[in-house]
Design a binder for this molecule. Structure first.
Ligand SMILES: C[S@@+](CC[C@H](N)C(=O)[O-])C[C@H]1O[C@@H](n2cnc3c(N)ncnc32)[C@H](O)[C@@H]1O
Length: 283
């Protein structure tokens, strides 16, 4: 699996399922645990602090290198999250996409759901500028702004308790575990009671985690690693995820693993990706 795959989320073409053959899953977990348990070396604290301090800069450089060409458009979200579906006669729904990148979720979601208004934020200034300069960017349906979820209050840009939905797609994994609580309280503050967070991110024992552990010089903390380009990645168990959201007041509607099989044709390898997918509601 290439380093790039660490950044990649599923596309429409790949078969997904919420269960996996038990024997195959047991084998996968056993193999993953062995590799992860033997990866004891931690990156020195100086570097850990540097990666954390320079997270926004490193993502900004990521977008400078890759522009809009890296992530695929996320057309699978309507299928996975029925809350998104709106048609033109529906009352307008207000959604915030956190860690929006260059808009791979935002633009397909706007096109497919005519009554959706999307706030979109990211801490990479360059990514936000790419959203704003996209020809599909329409200020009557979208507002993109720069925000570090672990430091800046979302209420500076969004009315408290006003949103119907928040999408969190592969963004919490980029946040150091000790900073997640601030980000969770931050999103809680702008969601209305009954509003939901739609979540998908890397699951524990995913092949990308095994790959990080095998490299044995990438570990920053438990289930938390750094990529070659300085961006960071956390891997969630469903228990961990649930307890982080519930600790700040959310209730769990759904929280499960989603499996996706990919094939490396050149090496004739089957690769099992594991994602954590969930819905949380503000009471
Ligand atoms: C893997 S990308 C996902 C992009 C987008 N959600 C998607 O699904 O295509 C993670 C994004 O989260 C952003 N990000 C990471 N930490 C953040 C933070 N503390 N505040 C705001 N954005 C952050 C990064 O800049 C990056 O654009």
């Amino acid at each position: 699996m290439s380093e790039e795959n660490n950044h990649i989320a599923p596309t429409k073409r790949d078969a997904e399922r919420i269960s996996m053959d038990k024997e195959r899953l047991d084998n996968l977990i056993k193999r993953a645990q062995e590799v992860i348990d033997s990866d004891k070396i931690e990156v020195p604290p100086f570097w850990v602090n540097k990666y954390k301090k320079e997270a926004a800069k490193n993502w900004d450089l990521f977008y400078k290198r890759n522009t809009t060409k890296f992530f695929k458009d996320r057309h699978w979200t309507d299928r996975e999250f029925e809350e998104l579906a709106t048609n033109s006669s529906d009352k307008q729904k207000f959604l915030l996409e956190i860690g929006c990148g260059v808009g791979n979720f935002v633009f397909p979601a706007l096109a497919e759901n005519p009554s959706l208004f999307i706030f979109a934020c990211d801490f990479s200034k360059r990514a936000v500028e790419m959203v704003q300069s996209n020809e599909q960017y329409d200020e009557s349906r979208c507002k993109a702004f720069v925000c570090d979820l672990t430091n800046d209050l979302l209420t500076d840009n969004i009315t408290p308790n006003s949103l119907d939905l928040i999408s969190a797609l592969f963004v919490f994994s980029a946040i150091p575990p000790e900073k997640m609580e601030f980000a969770l309280k931050n999103i809680y503050s702008v969601l209305k009671p009954g509003g939901r967070v739609l979540f998908r991110d890397y699951g524990i024992y995913d092949e990308a985690q095994i790959k990080f552990s095998k490299a044995s010089d990438k570990r920053l903390d438990d289930n938390f690693y750094v990529r070659q380009d300085g961006t960071m990645s956390y891997f969630f168990s469903t228990e961990d995820l649930k307890s982080r959201f519930e600790a700040v007041g959310f209730s769990t509607i759904e929280c499960q693993y989603v499996y996706r099989e990919t094939t490396n044709r050149q090496k004739e390898l089957r690769i099992d990706r594991i994602f954590a997918q969930a819905k949380f509601e503000k009471l």
